[in-house]
Design a protein around this ligand. Structure first.
Ligand SMILES: [Fe+2]
Length: 508
């Protein structure tokens, strides 16, 4: 790739892929043997994409406990599933090709599991070549294929959603990739309008209770907004200028507003240009600057007001709502230095040697009239917060998440990940949790409303995890109103699946 092309592309990706995290160095492809840390084995991914599991189907899975009657539907999950090719391994977890999983709950106690790689243009070309061919977010690789736009590097590896019966694998740097929900066969990139072909569509769309899907994308100092109807068609879109090309991974929607937090992360173009750094390696966090809050009016899709917060880095929001001049929202803050240190890169070698900082839930109140902000946090370590889908953009009472357990996964150098599942009751300031103990890694948990229920929180909590001793992946189902009683059912796979990021439950 020509240097000019590279810089054009880099400019296009500022605020998109680059928002995930930063690591100052150690972004070379790895060739050392994968380490033996048992918590990290799923980070190895499926070597060369040939593993039988990757295209296979798990049937007749063992179920412990009793799956609830009425639980029928599919838990789709996505994450980086291929991190090594031709004896070389990515330096960064976020670089792997998307592996789409479908855990199908049949409603009669049976469960099947299926997983397929998203057949992006990049994946197919590299599969054929048997080696990595294009630059990745966190690994420096000289392009050996033309990179004409972000979709030439699209790994479709971050999240998954369904809208109007169509299934999409999501990656914030480029287009959504459509798949067949039954076979997981890849159908190709989705353009929401001809003029939006190839424009980034983030991995964190928000669906309101009426089925309206909101999303955004960032590229070249621009913020694109999407409003998609319950019928799956684009209702409105808007392109806004974003001064300073900030990095954005997620956002919140309230009944009247869209709210973005813009951390002071930027891309060091000299590092990209002269040192050939990866995007992650060229990211800089300026703690002397503020994290800006951008509030956009839904009716006009224009900025309404900006606020400033102390510099902070974040990935995920829980939910947001508004009343009068007040906007209330919550999100998980992340220690910027932890990410800048390149800890993730050491993990991709199968060993880790740093203790991690604790990501914490932050609660933010914005006053549109006065411009004042109020922020406080809770001490518990957690990530991947979720709410009942019936309260998205409305006042919520409960936040569900994986969380640090008593035998904290962050308390020893080798342990990694969250070992507990929790519900935070914001009204009572009360936490209910179940701890799987030190030998489990718990991933994102989704609230699935019970059929016929109407109250927030009346549902099942469904998610996945990894049994460290057995080296197997599992899915668990809790009664979301009795989490401390433990899972109602647990489904163990006869194999492990690489750690993933986000999922979506689609009722049958
Ligand atoms: Fe995310």
């Amino acid at each position: 790739m020509q240097r000019r092309q590279w810089l054009t592309l880099a400019a296009g990706l500022v605020g998109s892929t680059a928002s995930k995290l930063a690591c100052a160095a150690r972004d070379e492809l790895k060739t050392v043997p994968f380490g033996r840390n048992p918590w990290l084995q799923p980070l190895r991914g499926y070597v060369d994409g040939l593993d039988r599991v990757a295209e296979g189907l798990g049937e007749g899975l063992r179920v412990r406990g009793r799956l609830p009657a009425g639980l029928a539907g599919t838990l789709f999950r996505n994450g980086p599933g291929l991190l090594e090719r031709g004896g070389k391994r990515y330096a960064h977890w976020f670089d792997g090709d998307g592996l789409l999983q479908a855990w199908r709950f049949e409603g009669d106690g049976r469960v099947t599991h299926q997983a397929r790689f998203v057949q992006t243009r990049k994946f197919r070309a590299e599969q054929e070549a048997g080696e990595f061919l294009v630059p990745a977010f966190g690994t420096r690789i000289d392009a050996r294929l033309p990179v004409r736009g972000p979709d030439d590097m699209n790994t479709a590896n971050t999240s998954v959603t369904m809208q109007a019966g169509r299934l999409y694998a999501l990656w914030e740097g480029g287009s959504a990739t459509e798949l067949d929900p039954q076979t997981l066969r890849t159908l190709g990139p989705r353009a929401w309008a001809p003029e939006l072909a190839g424009v980034p569509f983030s991995a964190h769309p928000k669906r309101e209770p009426d089925g309206t899907l909101w999303n955004f994308g960032t590229f070249a100092g621009k913020l694109v907004l999407y409003q998609i109807g319950a019928d799956g068609t684009l209702q409105r879109s808007q392109v806004l200028a974003l001064p300073g090309a900030p990095m954005v991974h997620d956002f919140v929607v309230t009944e009247r507003f869209l709210v973005f937090l813009l951390p002071p992360l930027s891309l060091d173009f000299a590092s990209l240009r002269d040192a050939g750094s990866s995007f992650a390696g060229a990211m800089r966090f300026d703690a002397t600057q503020s994290t800006r809050v951008l509030v956009i009016d839904k009716p006009t899709l224009q900025p309404r007001r900006q606020f400033e917060l102390p510099a902070q880095l974040l990935f995920h929001f829980g939910n947001g709502w508004d009343r009068g001049d007040q906007i209330v929202l919550d999100y998980v803050s992340t220690d910027a230095q932890e990410f800048l240190s390149g800890d993730f890169n050491s993990m991709l070698g199968g060993e880790r040697d740093l203790s991690r900082s604790v990501p914490r839930m932050q609660f933010l109140q914005l006053d549109l009239a006065s411009g004042r902000t109020r922020q406080h946090e809770r001490p518990e370590g957690l990530e991947f917060p979720q709410v009942d889908p019936r309260v998205v953009a409305r006042r919520h009472r409960y936040l569900y998440s994986p969380a640090m357990g008593a035998a904290s996964t962050h308390s020893t150098p080798e342990r990694w990940g969250f070992s507990a599942v929790q519900r935070l009751d914001l009204r009572r300031e009360h936490i209910e949790r179940f701890d799987f103990g030190p030998y489990a890694v718990v991933e994102e948990q989704l609230l699935v409303p019970k059929p016929g229920s109407s109250q927030e929180g009346q549902g099942w909590l469904i998610g996945t995890g990894f049994d460290v001793r057995a080296q197997r992946s599992f899915a668990v189902v809790f009664d979301a109103e009795a989490i401390s009683a433990g899972p109602l059912a647990r489904v163990d796979l006869p194999y492990w699946v690489p750690y993933g990021f986000h999922g979506h439950f689609h009722p049958a």
